[in-house]
Design a binder for this molecule. Structure first.
Ligand SMILES: Cc1ncc(C[n+]2csc(CCOP(=O)(O)OP(=O)(O)O)c2C)c(N)n1
Ligand code: SF4
Ligand code: SF4
Length: 616
């Protein structure tokens, strides 16, 4: 809990979420600048530091911001580091793809103040479009990677990461993942340093900081030297350790797989020698060589890719891992998965009945997600569907956010979703090769994150399509974080709200309409006009997220709800074409659940009998 994250009582044990522990680690490290773009499973690190920076003001001052996207967040932290301050950027795994251009070059420049990149990976894709193992970024960019396996380590490693970064002058990657970021555990607190955030005099170092080819050529061997020094440090570090066991087959493991491997061995009643690696890159060769010196084989237990396994292949030892089918290549692990793998290698029976492989994946009953009652996106997709029904086959590229749920019936308003901002980029390409109209949808946060360059491209290249910016004035999907369009800053102060219509105008778009999506008839009318426009047409569908809107009106006592009157003819149009989750049909009558309805009134506009009225 937040109060524990900011508790100034070193030595006390508190219960923290993994992401809160990372935030606490940054506080104990005396962080100066923190920047993030939200994304599950990383978001709570930023959300916690957003609250903490207000509460710690005057004691441990630091600057925190939600940036426009991950590349910007990364660069904000780079700025801090180059000025000798401690900077951290946090993002979900795919966010690192967005920041990667800066990451690779900054590796050459190196850190001055400690620089930590937190990547929160998402094995099993609980809330992501892909399953990406960001340890590869360490190898590709030649940067150290550390990976905690408990909530305590999440805090401790965050603090240590700053120290390692400063000691070797190198940015460092801290890898978390869903089951750590969202797990809770006991954490022994360290001290919160007392500090002001004082501005410093800039010291220029163009011979290191300007990556002109001639300079970069000199920086590369320096980076490799630093990495070698980090390897030696990791080889002696207490972050990696060997646990004694019996037999000539050992287990090499990393991250949460460490806990799974321990429990799996307990269940199997075997105690194999184990090497826990917390520093997957650079590979701590010496401790690995010590470990395998008395072994014939090593079972490698890690998520998601065979990252350590591939590095172990340089040694003359039998390997049992993902690449030869002992461990699965897909999805996240659990104790059963690891137990099955170890049992297979050892030729023993697992403690559970292995009927099929379905145990490998989550057993949670599937719950199809739906847009909330009164969600303005529902109204927008209703309007889009009405227009599509009239004009015929239309291409519907969309993007990532709550509105991706517009894919569901009855709207079927999403044909393509790739990654943030791709709706606009892909529409650019489609516009030159398909004969059908194109109506693309993108959220406000996503538009600011990655939609703007593609919109400029569309104007410049005369691409003809309609772009509906679903402006609910928040980053809804990841927990309602502010963005530049909202005018609220990370530490709570008021910022300057950047107006989306002005951005769109600045991009050169000539057709711009701002519509309130609850006014579905107007929305339909504007969409029809936009389709006819000979160029890129932007409609900004502006209405606050229903959750925030209802919360506000509940507070003020102005929230009204709707009900179905006796005029209902049971045509079921409200259900079939609109499908708000507050509308229920028990086979005999249609009703509106008063507790769920937020009073957007769109169903009343959809009902042909005018049978839906305000509840009095
Ligand atoms: C590169 C990247 N960063 C972050 C995310 C996590 N994420 C998914 S959708 C989204 C933004 C959603 O906000 P918005 O576009 O305003 O739509 P809303 O959910 O409010 O409808 C974010 C941050 C992601 N999928 N990819
Ligand atoms: S959180 Fe807001 S934007 Fe997301 S589905 Fe719910 S109402 Fe819509
Ligand atoms: S007014 Fe109708 S559409 Fe809006 S939330 Fe209530 S039931 Fe749903």
């Amino acid at each position: 809990m937040l109060k524990d994250v900011i508790k100034d009582s070193a030595g006390e044990k508190v219960f923290l979420l993994g992401n809160e522990a990372i935030a606490r680690g940054a506080i104990e490290a005396g962080i100066d600048v923190f920047a993030a773009y939200p994304g599950t499973p990383s978001s709570e690190v930023a959300d916690t530091l957003s609250e903490a920076c207000k509460l710690l003001k005057g004691k441990m001052d630091f600057y925190m911001e939600y940036s426009a996207n991950e590349k910007v967040a990364f660069e904000v932290a780079v700025g801090a580091s180059l000025a000798g301050k401690r900077g951290m950027a946090a993002m979900k795994h795919v966010g690192v793809n967005v920041a990667a251009d800066t990451l690779f070059s900054f590796a050459y420049v190196g850190a001055r103040g400690g620089f930590v990149l937190l990547t929160a990976d998402d094995p099993f894709m609980h809330s992501s479009q892909n399953e990406q193992d960001n340890r590869w970024y360490g190898m590709a960019a030649k940067l150290p990677v550390i990976e905690p396996s408990s909530v305590q380590e999440a805090k401790d490693f965050t603090k240590i990461a700053f120290e390692i970064s400063e000691k070797f002058g190198i940015p460092i990657i801290l890898r978390s993942y869903t089951r750590l970021s969202h797990a809770s555990g006991i954490v022994k607190l360290g001290e919160i340093p007392e500090k002001r955030l004082e501005k410093v005099e800039w010291e220029r170092h163009p011979e290191k900081d300007v990556v002109l080819p001639a300079i970069a050529r000199k920086l590369k061997p320096i980076l490799l030297e630093k990495l070698e020094k980090v390897r030696k440090y990791f080889e002696e570090s207490s972050m990696n350790w060997i646990e004694d066991g019996e037999g000539d087959i050992g287990v090499l493991t990393c991250g949460l797989s460490y806990a799974y491997a321990k429990e799996a061995m307990e269940r199997l009643k075997v105690k194999l020698p184990l090497l826990k690696i917390s520093t997957p890159h650079p590979f701590p060769k010496k401790i690995v060589e010590d470990f395998i010196s008395n072994l014939d084989g090593v079972i490698v237990v890690e998520e998601v890719d065979p990252f350590l396994e591939m590095q172990l292949r340089n040694y003359d030892v039998e390997i049992y891992g993902k690449m030869n089918g002992y461990m699965p290549m897909n999805y996240e692990y659990n104790v059963n998965v690891v137990e099955a793998g170890i049992a297979k290698v050892m030729g023993i029976k697992p403690s559970f009945e292995q009927k099929d492989v379905s145990y490998l994946v989550s057993k949670a009953p599937p719950r199809p997600p739906v847009l909330c009652a009164g969600c303005p996106h529902t109204a927008s997709f209703y309007a889009i569907r009405q227009v599509v029904n009239e004009v015929g086959n239309t291409v519907l590229p969309s993007d990532i956010g709550c509105y991706t749920l517009g894919i569901n019936k009855p709207f079927e308003g999403v044909d393509i979703t790739i990654c943030m901002g791709a709706s606009v980029g892909v529409s650019n390409g489609l516009a030159h090769v398909v004969r059908n109209p194109i109506i693309a949808t993108i959220g406000d946060s996503t538009f600011i994150h990655a939609g703007i360059p593609a919109l400029i491209n569309a104007v410049y290249n005369n691409a003809k399509f309609v772009l509906v910016i679903l402006d609910n004035q928040t980053t809804g999907m990841t927990g309602h974080q502010p963005h530049p369009g909202t005018g609220v800053k990370g530490c709570g102060e008021v910022g300057k709200a950047v107006k989306i219509e002005e951005i769109v105008k600045g991009c050169g778009v000539e057709f711009i309409e701002v519509v309130q999506p609850y006014n579905v008839n107007r929305m339909i009318e504007v969409l029809k006009k936009a389709i006819k426009h000979n160029g890129v047409a932007v409609i900004i569908a502006r209405q606050p997220c229903a959750i925030l809107w209802a919360r506000e009106r509940r507070k003020k006592g102005t929230l009204v709800t709707f009900r179905v009157t006796e005029n209902c003819s049971l045509c079921l149009k409200c259900l079939k074409s609109f499908n708000c989750p507050a509308i229920v049909y028990d086979g005999e009558k249609v009703e509106i659940d008063e507790a769920t309805c937020v009073g957007c009134g769109v169903c009343a506009k959809v009902c042909p009998e005018r049978a839906i009225r305000v509840r009095s």
